[in-house]
Design a protein around this ligand. Structure first.
Ligand code: MRU
Length: 326
């Protein structure tokens, strides 16, 4: 059994329609985005987020621009703004470039390309996570498996299936999952809000834990394997993913459990030789200094709020794409 067969992002009657991830888990509602400016705002607020979903957003955004503007230079300007909406996930610029390449053939060719990218995303995520599930069954002796994941790499982070959670869907269908430990994922709680919601939807047993409890859960032998997604994988195999991932990789290495990264090959950035060259998005201070609208740090407290970190390749057991373990 996998996630509900519903797209996180799609095209409907001239607009991009997304599941509003800022509203979950309280409300499941959709947003209709009719301009590139609205789409950029949704991306920056994380109403649509996760590397593969951002690739789809990039491509569909170019389709919006191509319908609206007559001159190629205007579409290209909008595409550039969109590609820069968030810097770390390489999929966003990749999706923009792929759709933009069809502009000389007209707006409907751009839309067709974007829609085929969406179809592919589901297929490639299913394949990548299927390969990763097989790898984990080979690497881990214990049955059923106890997995730990970080952030949200589920259907909400992709068009409709997921990467790290895609692995869970495959293993759960085979009766091989005892539970998933879900890092809450400070400061925006993608784990607590979104991953927990997806696991509950499918009926997979899980527990949410504070990020700071993950290392001790691993040390206490409560985890057989850590499985995460990625925002950009450098040519040397270094992996940028949600901040906190690097610490998990260190703990996994120290306690000799596999640390598996699952992503479609659109997340691999051959043009970036190594992880230190990946731009890490820094987000607003109030994400760290407030809690539910209430200030939790002194007024004006200086903040370090990187949205991602880089895990060196040597700590990664395998990067698994649709082509299998790399
Ligand atoms: O800031 P976010 O929520 O967009 O960060 C998302 C992640 O870090 C995911 O782990 C990554 O994009 C992989 S999603 C399949």
């Amino acid at each position: 059994m996998g996630p509900v067969d519903q797209r996180t992002i799609d095209w409907n009657d001239g607009a991009v329609v997304i599941v509003d991830q800022c509203a979950l888990p309280g409300a499941h509602r959709k947003l209709r985005l009719e301009t590139v400016t609205e789409l950029i705002d949704a991306i920056q607020r994380l109403a649509i987020r996760g590397a593969p979903a951002l690739g789809a957003a990039g491509a569909l955004g170019v389709a919006l621009a191509a319908r609206r503007h007559e001159h190629a230079s205007d579409v290209e300007r909008e595409a550039e703004r969109l590609a820069q909406a968030r810097p770390t996930a390489v999929n966003l610029a990749w999706g923009v470039r792929r759709a933009l390449a069809k502009l000389p053939s007209g707006a409907s060719a751009v839309l067709d390309e974007a829609l085929s990218l969406l179809d592919e995303d589901e297929k490639l995520c299913r394949q990548a996570s299927g390969h990763a599930a097989e790898l984990i069954l080979r690497e881990c002796a214990r049955r059923p498996l106890r997995l730990l994941t970080h952030c949200n790499a589920g259907r909400l982070a992709t068009v409709s299936w997921g990467t790290a959670l895609g692995v869970v869907w495959h293993l759960h269908a085979a009766g091989q999952v005892e539970y998933v430990l879900v890092d809450e994922t400070r400061p925006l709680l993608q784990g607590a809000r979104l991953t927990a919601w997806e696991l509950a939807e499918v009926g997979v047993p899980y527990r949410v834990l504070p990020d700071v409890a993950a290392a001790s859960a691993i040390a206490r032998g409560l985890v057989d394997c850590v499985v995460v997604g990625a925002d950009r994988i450098a040519a040397n195999g270094d992996v940028a993913n949600k901040v906190g991932t690097y610490g998990l990789a260190l703990a996994a290495a120290r306690h000799r459990i596999p640390f598996v990264v699952v992503a479609p090959s659109s997340t691999v950035d051959a043009a970036t030789p190594s992880g230190e060259l990946i731009e890490i998005e820094e987000r607003a201070a109030d994400e760290v200094t407030t809690w539910g609208g209430v200030r939790t740090a002194p007024a004006g407290a200086p903040v370090f709020n990187p949205a991602f970190d880089v895990t060196p390749a040597e700590l990664v057991t395998a990067v698994v794409t649709e082509h299998g373990p790399g």
